[in-house]
Structures are given as structure tokens and as C-alpha cells.
Write a protein that binds this ligand. Structure first.
Ligand code: 13P
Ligand code: SF4
Length: 327
């Protein structure tokens, strides 16, 4: 019997299988849609029906007519899709694809934190479990966080979780004094300011473009700060032809596709013995696991009915505000 106990389907793909052809065939046959985050490997991005950042992927999940959503991303993204589409089958090729940022904010501890700050609006980054979203007033992604925070009157008391770097960045650009949960992403915190400055000296014409999950010193020396999709858009529009990219290096795949004549240099992590600018969780998904996932329609994402109902409200609120803002 095939089960999802390992977090993925541990079956060998039959010898001679053309993975691309088979995945495309099963996708049509089963009316499935493949959504992939920019941090997935290039082969997965290339076979996906839609590639995007956290916001765009949630928007796609909310409007798909497919019966099955295969989410090539991490667990919280699959959960968000399941909350939005409780009647659909939502699959993630490897359920072990977690997120250090989401893990830095357990729901019971976040609930106590909220209780310690009565009278605050709770804004949570999408990189959280459905249980944390269920405690939240409005969800944000890095694309819309600033605008959603600014949609509240300046005197509003706000709790922002779980990313302290994104929270600090929004506080600095809006002048707000949001109370921050002390969490972070191990990939974005790894970038080395010294190594980025050394690269800048080597490529004086290059622009440093940075995700707001990075630490403040890296953000401060950057020419542009934005979400994954905003960074991609910026590289297309900019008159510059060289970019030092301080986010997960998977997005460079699409940057190169959209601007083949430009040069993209992945920002190096402090620890040069590892590929820390690759998210080890995102990279757990492979073409083989995607093939098995579609074939066996496993592993599935489950969300408790009570959590689903409570988490839906702040996610829908985010989608409504984003639509109103034309995002
Ligand atoms: P965005 O997709 O919003 O840029 O967030 C990046 C991220 O950390 C996803 O895990
Ligand atoms: Fe989580 Fe960071 Fe990986 Fe994004 S890059 S999924 S925030 S650990």
C-alpha cells in the first residue's frame, strides 16, 4: 500500500520514464494544476502551470478550477491553498518541506504573545502555519506587507509576526512601531554583508537587490528591496545589466529567462562551505517526487476544519485588500 507516512512517496520511477511527458499527461488526465514558487529547482519551475511568489500563488490557488492543486513549494503554502480550497485535493511532493520562519512561531506561544499585547491588530506573514493564521486579523506577504500595514490608521497598535527582519524593515519605511515577533528565515539571515561588499567592489556597476527577510545591514546597503516578484520585475525594468541577488538563488532561473543578456550573481552566505542561499526545504521537492505525487495523489495536505474556518478570514482579507490595491 502507498502511504504518505514518510512525507513523500518513496517509490522508484519506472526505468525509461520521460518525467516531463508523464507529468504533463497525468496533469491533463486528472485536471490538476501545478503551482511552483520561484525557489523551486529550474526543472520544476519549467513544468509548472504557474510560477510565482507567495502572493501570486495564493491568488492562483483561490481562482483555480482544477480538481487537484499540486503545490511545489513548502508546507505553509500548501496549507494556505487548502484553507482557500477546502474541497480540493492539495498535494505537496514532499511534506517535509517545512520553513524555519514558520517554525519559529509556534501557535501556542504566539497566542500567549497576543494575550500579552491586548488591543493590538494581529498581522501575520504568510510564512506561518494555518494555526497561527487562525489567530490573525490579516495575513500579508512580502509583496503587500507595507501597503496592508499602511491601510490601518497610523495610531493603530499592531503585532507583526513572525519575521523580525521584514517587521523592522516595514517599521523603518512607514515610521510605525509595530510589536515584532522574534522569528527569522535561516536562508535570508545567512547572507554576508562583507562578501556582498567585496562583490560590489569587484562589480562596481552591479546593483544589490535584496529580499526584506534579510538582516538590516544587508538591506541598508541595497539598491532595491522587495519581494521575490518585485525583485524579478526590477531586474527586467532596470537599465543596469548586473545584479547581486540577495534572496534564495532559485529565482535567478526566471531572472535569466526574462533577461538573458543580464548577469545575475547570487549573494554568498557567510558560511561558504554550504549552499545556504538555497532553501533546503524548498529543494526537497524533485521531479521524481512530483511524478509520484501526481501518480498516487499523495501526500495530501490536511487542515483541521475549525482552523480552516478561522484561517480563511485573514487570508481572504489579504486577497481582498490586494485586489483593491491592484496587486
Ligand atoms: P515571497 O514569495 O513573498 O517573496 O517570500 C519569499 C519566501 O520566503 C517564500 O518562502
Ligand atoms: Fe522558509 Fe526561508 Fe525557505 Fe522561504 S526561504 S521557505 S522563509 S526557510
Amino acid at each position: 500500500m502507498v502511504t504518505q507516512s514518510a512525507g513523500f512517496i518513496d517509490r522508484a520511477v519506472p526505468a525509461g520514464t520521460n518525467l516531463r511527458e508523464e507529468i504533463n499527461r497525468m496533469k491533463k488526465e486528472k485536471n490538476a494544476v501545478i503551482l511552483a514558487h520561484y525557489y523551486q529547482t529550474g526543472d520544476i519551475q519549467d513544468i509548472a502551470d504557474f510560477v510565482g511568489d507567495s502572493l501570486a500563488l495564493a491568488q492562483q490557488a483561490a481562482k483555480t478550477t482544477a480538481d487537484i492543486i499540486v503545490f511545489c513549494g513548502v508546507h505553509f503554502m500548501g496549507e494556505t491553498a487548502k484553507v482557500l480550497c477546502p474541497d480540493k485535493k492539495v498535494l505537496v511532493p514532499d511534506l517535509n518541506a517545512g520553513c524555519s520562519l514558520a517554525d519559529s512561531c509556534p501557535a501556542p506561544a504566539f497566542e500567549s504573545f497576543i494575550k500579552q499585547h491586548p488591543g493590538h491588530v494581529v498581522i501575520s506573514y504568510v510564512n506561518t502555519s494555518a494555526a497561527v493564521k487562525a489567530l490573525t486579523d490579516v495575513v500579508v506577504t512580502s509583496t503587500n506587507a507595507r501597503q496592508i500595514v499602511e491601510s490601518f490608521p497610523p495610531e493603530t497598535k499592531i503585532i507583526f509576526g513572525p519575521d523580525r527582519n521584514l517587521g523592522n524593515y516595514i517599521n523603518s519605511v512607514t515610521g510605525r512601531k509595530m510589536v515584532l515577533w522574534d522569528g527569522a528565515c535561516h536562508v535570508h539571515e545567512q547572507f554576508s554583508l562583507e562578501k556582498i561588499l567585496a562583490l560590489k567592489a569587484q562589480y562596481p556597476d552591479a546593483e544589490v537587490i535584496t529580499h526584506p527577510e534579510c538582516k538590516q545591514p544587508v538591506v541598508e546597503i541595497s539598491d532595491f528591496v522587495g519581494s521575490t516578484a518585485a525583485l524579478l520585475k526590477y531586474t527586467v525594468k532596470s537599465a543596469k545589466s548586473q545584479f547581486i541577488v540577495a534572496t534564495e538563488s532559485g529565482v535567478i532561473h526566471e531572472m535569466r529567462k526574462q533577461s538573458p543578456d543580464k548577469t545575475f550573481i547570487p549573494a554568498p552566505p557567510a558560511d561558504s562551505t554550504c549552499a545556504c542561499n538555497e532553501c533546503n526545504f524548498m529543494r526537497l521537492n524533485t521531479m521524481e517526487k512530483l511524478y509520484n505525487c501526481l501518480k498516487y495523489e499523495l501526500p495530501k495536505i490536511f487542515v483541521d476544519a475549525d482552523v480552516q474556518e478561522k484561517a480563511l478570514k485573514p487570508i481572504k482579507k489579504m486577497l481582498e485588500i490586494s485586489e483593491r490595491l491592484g496587486m
